[in-house]
Design a protein around this ligand. Structure first.
Ligand code: KIV
Ligand code: NA
Length: 264
């Protein structure tokens, strides 16, 4: 077995084969997802929320993310690992963007990078791609702009659909190998997917994209509480872990653990 390449994802689109992507931030989840055949793992800046406990993705830095990227790369054999460029690490221009992307490739060892933005960041995408680094774009709702957007809101409803389409065209023209469509109407995602030569990866974008991505703690039910509408929970890890934790504490209290077989 070899690592998935960006050209494999393009070939999958041409064959009409859908694929999945998950976030991962550590070695155990990475190796499980890798063995399960998930072709692409994203070390997302959503580590801000899901690892570091911040309210938004804005505070997380390259210094925070790079060790997580290294862990995921080390734990995988087949998966293409994408490192997410954090807020503040690419907006200034192509030079800053390329510098950060090179850091992710050299220090993180990932196989591609992702950044948020469409037409506005086409120059950044071009510069990174020009240096031989594959770029995954991310349009529609982009969490790093949530203060401007005014919260988690569906993008591309009504007349603004053309904006999403223009962003999609711009990132494809700039050389992105794939594009995440976050929280856009299913109809818009369908149009973008039909028109673009590159794979679309949906999150809250309906069933017509070439691929689907979820944050792994959402997919596996480790995060509890009200989830966004686009989340489906495939397990209840929070309950499993809660139960294990309480049993461990109970057995320590009662003297049931450790037993003779755990004792030297
Ligand atoms: O950081 C992240 O988790 C993401 C995905 C949801 C696409 O950008
Ligand atoms: Na992200």
């Amino acid at each position: 077995t070899r690592r998935v390449r960006t050209r494999d994802l393009l070939a999958a689109k041409e064959r009409g084969e859908k694929w999945s992507m998950l976030t991962s931030y550590d070695q155990y989840t990475a190796s499980i997802f890798d063995a399960a055949g998930i072709p692409v793992l994203l070390v997302g800046d959503s580590a801000a929320n899901n690892v570091f406990g911040y309210e938004t993705t804005l505070p997380v830095t390259a210094e925070d993310l790079l060790p997580l990227v290294r862990a995921v790369v080390r734990a995988t054999r087949q998966t293409l690992v994408v490192g997410d460029l954090p807020f503040g690490s690419y907006e200034e221009g192509p030079t800053q963007a390329l510098r950060t992307a090179v850091r992710f490739m050299k220090e993180g060892g990932c196989h591609a990078v992702k950044l948020e933005g469409g037409q506005r960041y086409a120059a950044q995408i071009e510069a990174i791609v020009g240096a031989g680094i594959p770029v995954m774009a991310h349009i529609g709702f982009t969490p790093q702009r949530e203060h401007t957007i005014g919260g988690y809101r569906v993008q591309g409803r009504g007349e603004t659909a053309d904006e999403v389409l223009a962003d999609a065209r711009a990132v494809a023209a700039a050389g992105a190998f794939a594009v995440v469509l976050e929280m856009v109407p299913g109809e818009v995602a369908k149009r973008v997917t039909a028109e673009l030569p590159i794979p679309t990866v949906g999150i809250g974008a309906g069933p017509e994209t070439d691929a689907q991505v979820l944050v792994w703690q959402d997919m596996a039910g480790l995060r509890t509480g009200k989830a966004p509408r686009f989340v489906k929970r495939y397990a209840a890890l929070a309950d499993t872990l809660d139960e294990a934790t309480r049993r461990f504490a109970d057995e320590v209290r009662s003297g049931q653990f450790p037993a003779p077989e755990h004792t030297f």
